[in-house]
Every structure is written in C-alpha cells, then in structure tokens.
Design a protein around this ligand. Structure first.
Ligand code: SME
Length: 157
C-alpha cells in the first residue's frame, strides 16, 4: 500500500523524531544505521526492504537492514545504490526495470529510492536504500523527508 502524501509526511515526521532521539549521543555508525533502518522500515508500509550499504574501500558492503536478504556487495556506479554513491545524489526510481544496470536482489522489487549518507565533509559514507513491490512507490515527499533525516547523520550531539 502506498500512503497518500499527507500520511507519508505524518509518518516521516514521527519517524524523524524517533531516529534523532535515538541517535543522540551515539556515535557508532552501525548502531545509528540499525536504529534508523528499524524505525524507518516501520514508518514505510510501502517498503519491503529498508537499509544501508556502507562504503568499504572500492565497494558498497551491506549494512543493517530490514526485509528479505539483500546482495552483499555492489560496485561503484553499479545499480541504483552504486549510482547514488558515484553521483552523491538521491535516486528516485519509479520502475526499476527501466533503470540500466539495476541489481535485482529480490525479483519482487518494482521501485526504489536511494539516499546518499554523507559525512561532515560531504563524502558519501553509506547509502540508504528502500525498495517496494509496487511501481512508483517513492516520490518527492520521500526524498525530502529522507534527505532531511540523513542531513543529521554526522550530528552526534
Ligand atoms: N536494487 C539495488 C540493489 C540492492 S537491493 O535491492 C537490496 C540496486 O540496484 O542498487
């Protein structure tokens, strides 16, 4: 089920408060990712996979997530996640079958959003990936809300 824009905004506003409260005083990246994946997955009924790929050397390596098993490693510039890493820009993909080089970790995936997670200097440290079994599940409401939450990533106070 894809929530209407008002319902999405309300769910993201609540999730944002919960994520920021739980991140407070916690600098460990895995702890922060695990908490965000859990809270945001609960907030998004339009998602079946919600989680992180971490930049480790020249590849993305899977991090904390909720959902079905994801691919373990993704190369720079590969798929939607690798593109978000390479460009530093959020990718909103309404139809993954139309995205050149899309990596199908689960054949049920139809649409997705991937938000780069940057450190204080703007270097991509990880990407946050959300997948849906429905086409066009993500839009500007999701982009705005998720980018706002991840702009707080390196704020450890
Ligand atoms: N769909 C992603 C791969 C990761 S998963 O689906 C969990 C991509 O093309 O980057």
């Amino acid at each position: 089920m894809i929530p209407d824009p008002a319902a999405k905004k309300q769910a993201y506003a609540l999730a944002r408060e919960r994520v920021i409260a739980m991140w407070r005083g916690e600098a460990d990246a895995i702890a922060r990712m695990a908490t965000a994946a859990c809270i945001l997955h609960e907030a998004m009924p339009h998602a079946f996979w919600t989680g992180f790929y971490r930049v480790v050397g020249a590849q993305l390596v899977i991090g904390p997530y909720q959902g079905t098993p994801g691919c373990l490693r993704i190369g720079w510039g590969k798929g939607v996640c690798g593109t978000a890493w390479a460009t530093g820009e959020t990718q909103v993909v309404a139809d993954v079958h139309a995205f050149p080089g899309h990596i199908a970790c689960d054949s049920r995936a139809e649409s997705e959003i991937v938000v780069p997670v940057k450190d204080a200097r703007g270097t991509v440290e990880a990407v946050f990936d959300v997948d849906s079994t429905e086409k066009a599940a993500f839009d500007e409401v999701d982009r705005e809300a998720l980018e706002e939450i991840f702009s707080r990533w390196y704020d450890h106070d």
